[in-house]
Design a protein. Sequence first.
Length: 160
Amino acid sequence: MKGLELRDIHLPEAGLWWPPAPGWWALITLILLLAAGLLWLDRRRRRSPLARLSMGELEHIRRAYRGGLDERATVSAVARLLRRTLISYRGRARHAAATGESWLTELEQLAPRHGFSAAHLQLLAHDRYQATFECDVDSLLQACENWIRHLPRGQGNVSV
C-alpha cells in the first residue's frame, strides 16, 4: 500500500447563477407583488378628494332611495350633487348659473364618454320639472356613479 498515490482534493465546480434557487423566485415574486400593491395604493390616494366626497354623497342618495325616497326627490338630489360637483371642478363664476343645455354640455365635457344617456340628460335638464315623468332611477344612479369615477384626477376645490 505504500506505493499508492493519493489524488489531490477536488473542489466542486462553481455553481451557475442561473436558474436561481426557488427561494430567489419567491423573493422576486414578493417584491413584484409589493410594488404592484404600492402602485395601486398610490393611484387610490391620488384620486380626487372631491370625487371621493361626491361618491359618498351618491351612496347616501342611493340608500335614501332604497329606503323609500320618491323618484322626484331622488332625481333632484342627483341633479344638486352633479351641479355642486361641476361647480367645484370648474368654478362658481362661470358654471353656477348654467342651466338647461349649457349645464348638460358642461357635465359631458367634464367626463366625456363616461356619462349619461340622452334620456338621463333629458330627465336632469327638463323632465324632472314636469308634473309627471318616467325614469329609471337605478340606471340614473349608475350613470352618475360612472361619471364620478371618470372625473379628472387631481382637480377640483373641496370646501367644507
